[in-house]
Design a protein around this ligand. Sequence first.
Ligand code: HEC
Length: 196
Amino acid sequence: MLRIIAPLTLFALAAGPALAETPMAQPNADVERIAKARGAIKGLAEGLKAKLVTAMKDGGPVAALDVCNIEAPKITAARSAESGMSVARTALKVRNQNNAADDFERRVMEQFIEKIKSGADAMKLEHAETVEMDGKKVFRYMKPIMTAGSPCLACHGSELKPPVAEKIKALYPKDEATGFSAGDMRGAFTVKQAIE
Ligand code: HEC
């Protein structure tokens, strides 16, 4: 059974003071929205982490896959309802097609990867922007999700144990989310909120 030894630093989304992307002069509403988005993401990260850690301890990665499969979408929906913002996870390579990125998310994640390559601290990166979608103003916020050695690689690495690989194939026939290494950006948290 796989045991979790390293703390899930990835989930330690300390609300750092540095706003990597947004300039200092922000309208108050945006500052509040950014704070809310950070809080909602923290809640989602903690909710997912709690389930994952327990499931891995109880039954290892094969059993934990069922938990991710059923619980991740539930936790995501609950956090969105609770925060009044759409809060989710996305990636350039997804396991669940429902998490596929739109053009905005793709562009921001590509920028995150470039910045990380040039030495930026991934834990401090974030991106906030108000965009127009279908003629409506929408606040958008994103933050990278990094791959930790343990436990992420058990299900997203290059050398999955055969029963884990088989189960992933059965649950997600179109899975693209393997082949990652520790320290790679796995994906991002993504928040959307329509602005009246
Ligand atoms: C027990 C296996 C397992 C482990 C361990 C695991 N994941 Fe996943 N991961 C999954 C499954 C299953 C999904 C698809 C969930 C769904 O259906 O929404 C997923 C989805 C994701 C997504 C959403 C995008 C997508 O591909 O659909 C991200 C981001 C992600 N995982 C990151 C991580 C990170 C970072 C870690 C380590 C902290 C981790 N995962 C550990 C199984 C796992």
